[in-house]
Design a protein around this ligand. Sequence first.
Ligand code: PRX
Length: 655
Amino acid sequence: MNTQNQPKLAAFPPSAETVKRAHVTADDYAQMYAASVSDPETFWADQGKRVDWMTPFTKVKNTSFEPGNIDIRWFEDGTLNVSANCIDRHLETRADQTAIIWEPDDPSKEDAQHITYRDLHASVCKMANVLKELGVEKGDRVVIYLPMIPEAAYAMLACARIGAIHSIVFAGFSPDALGARINGCDAKVVITADHAPRGGRETPLKSNTDAALLHCKDSVKCLVVKRTGGQTTWTDRDYDCNALMADASAECAPAEMNAEDPLFILYTSGSTGQPKGVVHTSGGYLVYASMTHEIVFDYQDGDVFWCTADVGWVTGHSYIVYGPLANGATTIMFEGVPTFPDAGRFWEVCAKHKVNQFYTAPTAIRALMGAGNEWVEKHDLSDLRLLGSVGEPINPEAWNWYNEVVGKGKCPIVDTFWQTETGGHMLTPLPGATTLKPGAAQQPFFGVQPVVLEPTSGEVVEGNGVEGVLCIAGSWPGQMRTVWGDHERFEKTYFSDYKGYYFSGDGCRRDEDGDYWITGRVDDVINVSGHRMGTAEVESALVAHAKVAESAVVGYPHDVKGQGIYAYVTLMNGEEPSDELRKELETWVRTEIGPIAKPDLIQWAPGLPKTRSGKIMRRILRKIAEDDFGALGDTSTLADPSVVDDLIENRMNRR
Ligand code: PRX
């Protein structure tokens, strides 16, 4: 092929200064990566030393991706306590260092709080003792439905301290979604707050919880944190968290946990059915979160690290709480949104707390890019040393803006590809080792063995300049262990399409240099503002409405959100489409699932394109939603091809 006239891709080698400071240089990477895959036992035995063990492990890796026997264990005979690793072991050297900087939603009403490791220890012990008083024991499940307040971190670490398994439900989810998760993991206690302030508005978390609990066992207890002091109803199952913590002891011995005891469950969307409870365990997860946090972000002692995610998502688990605190870092917990009180909020917080590493999602970067450079330029960002991106592919325009306007051309950008299931980063540049390419996730982290497979045959595609589905050969310590209560679903979802591999659900390209580019999900999962949503979930919410007969939901390209939600809706006989009904359905989905699931576009569809056997041809619906109906492919197998013409004529997305 003649490549002479092809435009050369921009590439950004690390600066001499970055290389000098970095934990890992290009030479280190090559040597360490080779060691991590050729002798994982030795490599991870060494990394296992990042963690303080109560009983040291003697076995490192015991993992199988064999059909019928999916079994993943790391450090399986070691014992530890995750909360002691995140707090107690730092007390000797950094008791007075700030562990968490909490930044409130509205800076004109409240000040930031600096919580030292000593304070964190006391608050976590108190909360742990409160949970014990409520009858929570080792192995019990606790659902956390809180705003981004320090109590969310206390609650996570308190569970870890007594060996309870937490399951956080993002505060933007509806009562129905919350209730389903409380029941799904059979939680003993749910921890919530009166209200959650966000972007100047308030979500009534306690009354949402009351509504959710109507569908749960009477024995579930509700621990309520006072956030705003706003009015709430009070029932027999409610306990006042602030009052109980005030009286509780500030000492609580950490429970001895096995490396493979579950640390948390986090529900996430899949391509079929209802969200599944991803289970992460204690030892391997912590080693992996700690290592990726230190190396990928080039975290150095004394740095201030800010991950803007919510603890309701895995990013918040691994890179606000567990990774940073295991490393004795100072981590920021931000309650607000990027555009409140104005579009300079992120940069104001960076300047105020002298942030060194800043980690956010492309959707936020695009929104802030649209707000104009002046919002960035009025703040002093001179302490920034590294920028990160996560959640979806970042388009080169947003990458360049992030690099030039925010990073002033001197901060490497780590575009980290990973998933709720993977526990930590999988493909990512390393700041001191990688020549960056805007939009590429680039290279595997240590121990991660990506393979590109031909989607239909499942054959391994060798060489560079190739495309296919992304799978991983072999296990890594941060990998999820099972789906809560349904190991069969774990195997079916991740190990059955391509036998012997973990299937990510993403497509990817390996370029001529061997760098990986994620091309997006190849299943029915859509990625809205970096949040995962299963099309099946939105469909089942829509058909639960009395006026809806049928619905099909697909993603379509959206300038700010990355992907938007496009719903085709067939109404019941006799129902008339109207703008009011459209609004009603939008509100309906918000209430059924939460605001993030609200369809961006609803098209009335008198019929859906189906094969003669009744299967909806989503490929066609996706094309029409993308406004790319010139190439619909073969429609001859449709039961009624004329349906397609109507859908094209009345399409909602016209570019
Ligand atoms: O499609 C990939 C996309 O987000 C999915 C995982 O979503 P979730 O489990 O919610 O976790 C998000 C945060 C870890 C992936 O299957 N994704 C995540 N990061 C990237 C990405 N796509 C491209 N580039 C990324 N850096």
